[in-house]
Structure formats: C-alpha cells, structure tokens
Design a binder for this molecule. Sequence first.
Ligand SMILES: NC(=O)c1ccc[n+]([C@@H]2O[C@H](COP(=O)([O-])OP(=O)(O)OC[C@H]3O[C@@H](n4cnc5c(N)ncnc54)[C@H](OP(=O)(O)O)[C@@H]3O)[C@@H](O)[C@H]2O)c1
Length: 248
Amino acid sequence: MKTNHKTLHGIRVALTGGTSGLGLALMDELLARGASVAFVARHQRRLAEVAASRSRVAGIVGDIADKEDIYPLAMQISGLLGGVDVLVNNASALGPVPLALLADTACEDFETALATNLLGPFRLTRALLGSLTAAARERGGAVVLNVSSDAAIEPYPTWGAYGASKAALRHLSRIWDKELAAQHVRVLSLDPGDMDTPLHALAAPGDDPATLKRPADAAREFADAIETALQALRQSTTETVTTEGVRA
Ligand SMILES: NC(=O)c1ccc[n+]([C@@H]2O[C@H](COP(=O)([O-])OP(=O)(O)OC[C@H]3O[C@@H](n4cnc5c(N)ncnc54)[C@H](OP(=O)(O)O)[C@@H]3O)[C@@H](O)[C@H]2O)c1
C-alpha cells in the first residue's frame, strides 16, 4: 500500500459531491496527501458536518444540475482556494429510481441525469477554465477528473439515462483532453468500479455490500492518477522550457 508523503501539498482541489461515497473518501485521501479542498453538495446540514470535522476544507452548498448555480459556485471555489489546480466532477444522478427501461423513463428523469452528469461538469469546467489554465501556466499543469462508470461503455438494460449521460461525459472528456493539451490541462475520465455507496444501494438494492469495492480503495487509485498526471504535466512543462531555452 502507498505511504502518505503529503505528495499533494499545496494543491487546490474543487470537488463536487464531497459528502458521501467516493467523493467523501477522495476528499479525505487528498487532504491526507496535503491538498486543500473546496467541495459542493446540495444538503446544508450534512455539508456543514463534513466541513466542520476537517481542516483545509471549505463546503459550498449548490446544485450542479442547476445552471444558475454554476457561476456563483465557480466564483466561491476560486475565491476560497485562491486558484484551482484540480477539478473533480464526481456528483452524479441515476435518472429514474428504481432504474427503468428507456421506454418507461420519464423525460424529466432523463433530463436530470444529463443535467447532473454531463451539463453540470461541462458548465463547471468551463466556468473554472480560467483558474485551471492560470494554475497550469503558473505551476506547470492542471487536471480535470470526470468520474465515469462501466455503464458509459456497456449497454446495461435499465441504466439508459445514466449510461447515456456517462458515455457522453467520457467522450467529452477525451475531446477536451486533446483541446487543452497545449495549455497543460489534462482531462481524465476514470471508472471507480462498483463501490459500496448510497448511490449503488439505490441502483442495485439486491447487491451484497460485502462484494463491492470500498470507496477508500477507489479514492487511493484516483488520487494516484491525479498525482501521476500532475507530475507528467510538470515534467513536460520543464522539458519544453528547457528545450526552448536551449533554442533561444
Ligand atoms: N457507487 C458505484 O458503484 C459507482 C460505480 C461507478 C461509478 N460511480 C460514480 O462515482 C461517483 C460517486 O458516486 P457515489 O456512489 O459515491 O455517490 P453518492 O454516495 O450518492 O454521493 C453523491 C454525492 O454527490 C452529491 N450530489 C448529488 N447530486 C448533486 C448535485 N446535483 N449537485 C451537487 N452535489 C450533488 C451528494 O450530496 P447531496 O445529495 O447533498 O447533493 C453526495 O455528496 C458518481 O459519479 C457515480 O456515477 C459510482
């Protein structure tokens, strides 16, 4: 198991959905590695509990599915952290609960899945792009991590709204990764695997929690991925500067 050497000391992370499941575990992993975190969730009481019991943390109430919330959220995140090196788009909606065949899915439930899982991450990333590219210029790199799912790839019956939204998010991530490469911003899309979380219990109430992955294990993998991406970006920035310096 990896030992903790505060390898993300000074890194400023914006995270959606930090009060439960993977988001909470990832926040704790990032804090243990030295990062500061501003996190977003809708329910004030739980958010306040989570924020009060941790240091280097700020909780912000907001709904990423609501477009009116996005700019105020981005302003608060940037202001509280003093910049953003990493954005994790983690908060998510299943669509219809219980899960339903597409033919039985209300358009409103489909819209909620798209608004939360696709448009919310798109809008928040756009709103924080200035902060991310500034961090990349000043510190050598920035990372956006969009939380994906195997449902983005496998056509599971009854997972239509969620699966379609996650498939679109995955493709959006790949395109954005190419578009932002020259600015030293990486956009990753990673599947954490089936975890024992409230979202999974809602989607598949029959599954035995003991057979599912611990969110803390996925959180370590994601924190490693963020670290690796930042290190690679910083390395490539140093090489570019050195090469240009030699040419000049
Ligand atoms: N669990 C799994 O097996 C599994 C498998 C593959 C992928 N994933 C992905 O992993 C990520 C985390 O899932 P999880 O299982 O940890 O979920 P979870 O336990 O249900 O936690 C969701 C978090 O997001 C927040 N949230 C939900 N909707 C929001 C909104 N509209 N605006 C702001 N915050 C919102 C929730 O707080 P509030 O309710 O207070 O807003 C909560 O903090 C998701 O992207 C999910 O699709 C999960």
